[in-house]
Design a protein around this ligand. Structure first.
Ligand SMILES: [Zn+2]
Length: 195
């Protein structure tokens, strides 16, 4: 028996609407979502967010549906083929191939998108995302960033604890809990202090 560990991908119409799931977002051509909709070629984009289509989410819990969706899609079955070959390559020589009937597809939770080291004026190391433009440090310092043009800039810091503000050339340095906000030439930099 072969077991495949695969992830589903999120896809959305360019015109907006719900985020759906599909085995693999193809580079071109139409795509069929788990909830059975066919999105025409060039009308959709792959997105990183989690799906919010109720039908897609429900069907993603059903292994037989998932297998079917992978097999029904060219890109999906290519993925399965690839996993199968990798599994064969890993199998020690001399061992008989498992008596396979129908392969099982196990769907892994979507991979969290990697957080870049720096988002505008904020160094993300030590922070956890707490919402759109909102970051929380381990000590509970809440930092709100605001998008100005294409750049995320420091907007607000909230902390119920010890804060030290120090005058510096051209501005003020702020230490709140484990977070430090320092002035730079054209703004601020926000980071978690290393102890
Ligand atoms: Zn859907």
């Amino acid at each position: 028996m072969s077991v495949f560990n695969l992830r589903l991908e999120s896809v959305r119409r360019k015109s907006g609407g719900r985020i759906h799931l599909t085995p693999k977002v193809p580079r071109s051509g139409p795509v069929t979502t788990l909830c059975g909709q066919t999105l025409a070629a060039a009308s959709y984009v792959a997105v990183e967010q989690d799906a919010d289509c109720t039908n897609c989410k429900r069907r993603s819990m059903d292994p037989s549906r998932i297998s079917g969706a992978f097999f029904a899609q060219e890109e999906g079955s290519q993925l399965l083929q690839l996993s199968l070959e990798q599994a064969r390559a890993r199998r020690p020589a001399g061992k008989a191939a498992p008596s396979s009937s129908k392969p099982i597809v196990r769907v892994l939770p979507p991979q969290a998108p990697a957080v870049p080291d720096r988002i505008g004026e904020l160094y993300t190391n030590g922070f956890k995302a707490a919402g759109e433009g909102l970051w929380r440090s381990q000590a509970g310092v809440l930092v709100r960033m605001r998008k100005q043009g294409r750049e995320w800039r420091f907007a607000e810091l909230v902390f119920d604890g010890s804060i030290v503000a120090t005058r510096q050339d051209g501005g003020m340095k702020l230490r709140a809990g484990d977070v430090e906000v320092r002035p730079t030439q054209d703004g601020f930099e926000v980071r978690v202090r290393r102890t």
